[in-house]
Design a protein around this ligand. Sequence first.
Ligand code: PMP
Length: 412
Amino acid sequence: MENKRNNPYRKDFPLLDCDPVIYLDNAATAQRPGCVIEAEKTFYEQHNANPMRGFYRLSVSATEKYESARKTVQELIHAESPEEIIFTRNTTESLNLTAYSYGLQYLKAGDEILVSVMEHHSNLLPWQMVARQTNARLKFLECLPDGRITEEQLQEGFSDRTRLVAIAHISNVFGRVNPIKRIVSMARERGAAVVLDAAQSVPHIPVDVKELGVDFLAFSGHKLLGPMGIGVLYGRRELLEKMPPFLTGGEMIQSVTRTGAVFAELPYKFEAGTVNAAGAAGLEAAIHYMKKVGYEEIHRRETELTSQALSGLKKIPHVHVIGSDLPEEHAGILTFTIDGVHPHDISAILDGDGIAVRAGHHCAQPLMQHLGISSSARASFSFYNTENEVSAFLKSVEGIRRKMGYGDEPIL
Ligand code: PMP
């Protein structure tokens, strides 16, 4: 059985190496390998100056680090050019940028915005705002209780008025990959734009924006082993070029007069103010590290751990796992409920055993309502977790109802 010692990646993660925590909240944020922490430190120790501002050596070096990170992101998601990569703070900011700069500009009364019922609030509230301000109609794409979106549901969701689809590549509750290619093809038939929330996919599966055919794609560095405070928006050049800036101020202009301004070229038009260059350097290190591990290895390890956890949870009475029966359809995410136990109690009891899992609505309240629950617990695994950790998790879950005072009899 694999333990801390013989997982080859464990030693790369300083926190995991010195803290006994069994960290199973990787879908919320990943742990950072030492090379990412070092890359941020190196930026401040060796390259620190305000990028894009100075003509002196240090500022040029800071700019080069920042632009090198942009190129690395471009290659990771197979974008056509680095100008299509905008650095933001996180997925939430990337989606808001799209909603404010594209949504408000190009949607109008009577148009339909299609969002799925499983969206994270980050990919719902910006579209609620756009619908309110433009009088476009916000429509929901439904899903089955196990997270599948059927062809019928797609046919019901789309109409001749669909002008924008905003959908998660992988939901942070189900962990299942959504049928994006089919959605893109239905959107194309209607001339609708597709905004993909890739916060939970880029850390787990190879993503190719050209192959998927999406118009916008958003993800966060911190779920991808990278630093907090750095995120990415990919946008198709043709669309980005015609969109107005989201934020205005320094760094995003060519020239300014008392009454107006000429905006900078892509991608700078969308990067107002001093950028997070150290974060970008950290993200670049994270991507290099992830590529060295490889998506195949990540998928293999995560599926093995998920398989062990899923079959273990299924054997525990009163535990209900949300989503697919197949471990490979979970992207390392297992969301579950226990009869008669509030998810906050699940998390608190697991924490008592040194295990960190998430509890709550996972920023997906409409989905919780759709599933007829108010909240749930979520364990999410990464390639640096071990079989021993999953066994400890299962043992702890097994004891939860007893600790809550339930006997062995089924509750009504
Ligand atoms: N979308 C999904 C699917 C997510 O899982 C998350 C993070 N929980 C977000 C968006 C928001 O990411 P961030 O908080 O980094 O902006």
